[in-house]
Design a binder for this molecule. Structure first.
Ligand SMILES: [Fe+2]
Ligand SMILES: [Fe+2]
Length: 302
């Protein structure tokens, strides 16, 4: 990435800097009704056992789906920040000072994001979940990975855009003013992260060669599976005593119906190819094995 571009992104970030404690009105009364996942977006709206639950139990369940999504986002922001901090250290001799500085700003911004979201969930919703085990495993593996390039690739081409689309869908349906304001500010930061991602990812994936290519393909595939697993609200399912297998199947179908799966099966491989990383093998893996993996067939996600 040309340093001048990176420098202008850094300047913009500093000019737009915000603080959760200073810039948000935490005294605001929050209506839980406006936070429930809409029935049309609910992962189990087609599951008969869910439909048989009382209206009140379903309301309670749909608030938990929102809390589940936010809990996983918070975890992603936290570990994403940590991963970027690691990349700064690992790449110190190979990247420019501007890149290190941009990543430094990014770490601070992700820290603000999880601070704001964590406080919101803790104070206003008061329901939190541990992150999906697949996410925990994924970050653990990435953290110890010897190639910083792959950490950065997965972070920038997968985590950032996935987090953004999750936040975006929360934003468009959010009628709750405080959450809306938090997400609006986060997405303004994320737009800069994505601008950086787009350049840096292309530059990095073109340089992945030989045996590292297979390794990158496997890692990207595993990362896609884990990211999507966070869309399967297993905690709320089990609290509502819904059958996990039935729910998983319904949830994966719902993701396909809403076009979320297609982003990964078709848009992502195409985007990688455009970046100079054409991979029929990865395309095949995603096309044929993604849904199977999510359903827990042949190597369960859960
Ligand atoms: Fe973030
Ligand atoms: Fe980000």
């Amino acid at each position: 990435v040309p340093d001048s571009r990176v420098e202008s992104l850094i300047e913009k970030a500093l000019a737009e800097a915000w603080l959760p404690t200073r810039d948000l009105d935490w005294s605001a009364e929050v209506s839980l009704d406006s936070l429930r996942t809409p029935e049309a977006l609910c992962s189990v709206s087609d599951v008969p056992a869910y439909r048989k639950m009382s209206a009140r139990a379903r309301d309670e369940y749909r608030l938990k789906e929102t809390a589940w999504a936010l809990s996983n986002l918070i975890f992603g922001e936290k570990r994403g920040a940590l991963l970027s901090a690691q990349v700064i250290v690992d790449s110190i001799d190979e990247q420019s000072a501007a890149d290190a500085q941009f990543l430094g700003v990014l770490v601070v911004e992700e820290a603000r994001h999880f601070e704001a979201l964590e406080r919101y969930v803790g104070e206003k919703i008061r329901i939190t979940y541990p992150p999906h085990s697949a996410m925990v495993e994924l970050f653990r593996g990435l953290q110890t990975h010897r190639l910083w390039q792959l950490k950065l690739i997965v972070g920038q081409i997968l985590f950032e855009p996935t987090a953004c689309s999750m936040l975006h869908s929360l934003l468009v349906r959010s009628e709750e003013p405080l959450l809306f304001e938090i997400i609006r500010r986060i997405l303004r930061d994320e737009a800069r992260h994505l601008a950086y991602s787009y350049d840096v990812a292309g530059d990095l994936v073109r340089r992945v060669r030989g045996s590292e290519k297979t390794e990158a393909e496997d890692l990207i595939f595993e990362s896609v599976v884990s990211c999507l697993a966070a869309f399967l609200p297993e905690g709320p399912w089990s609290e509502a005593q819904l059958d996990a297998g039935v729910c998983r199947k319904a949830a994966v179908e719902a993701l396909a119906k809403r076009g979320v799966l297609q982003h990964f099966t078709s848009a992502l491989p195409t985007q990688l190819a455009r970046h100079g990383f054409p991979s029929e093998r990865l395309r095949d893996l995603i096309e044929h094995d993604l849904a199977k993996k999510l359903l827990g067939e042949g190597g369960a996600v859960a």
